[in-house]
Design a protein. Sequence first.
Length: 247
Amino acid sequence: MIEINLLPGSGKKSRSDGFNLKAIVSQAGARVKDPFMIAAAVTIVAATVSIGYLHVSQTAKADDLTERERRAVQDSTRYVAVLRERNRALAQRDSVQRQLEIIKSIDNDRFIWAHIMDEVSRALPPYTWLKSIQQSAVVAAASTPAPPPPAPPKDGAKGNGKPAPPPPLPAPTSLKFQIAGNTVDIQALTRFMKLLEASPFVKNVTIAKAELVTLDGKEVQEFLLEAEYERPDASVISTVPVTLSSR
């Protein structure tokens, strides 16, 4: 007798083969066809590679900076004593230079009256004689105040490597003087003033008083001039060495 099963599935089930690799691969291939899945996988791979590269590069930079800091600290410790001695030597040099400038300034002012007397004698015209030459005032030129000195660095601390600037030199003084005398010719007085004004050591020559007086029965012109000493340019002054012979 022949039996026909008219209800599929109601019969005996086919025996399963267990783990089916082909089916799994086919299912994965069907899922990979999804574009969102592909984008997610690519994003994860790119993020993993980027994070690894940044980690390696930052670690290398940190190691390099640490090594440079260590070498800089060693160099600073090694040269701190040298820098301290250098700053001390520069300070001594500035102090000596300052003292030399002060001595030079004092030495330049020693011969003021010698220059004045020499110029007055050279400019004195005939028939004119002097009664007195005296100082009338000393005017100090304006000078800027010295900046406050910087605080010294503590032991072990590094300075800025620059020596402290030397204090400013004292401002030069302007010496004013008066010349009193007599002359028998008013034109001689005018010539006397012009010659004084042309001198590189004298400036601002003015007449303070001029009047006729009787001297030994004769009328003469009595005058009083006011002038100011001027420090000339270095090119005007000629210096010669002084030699002393020793026996």
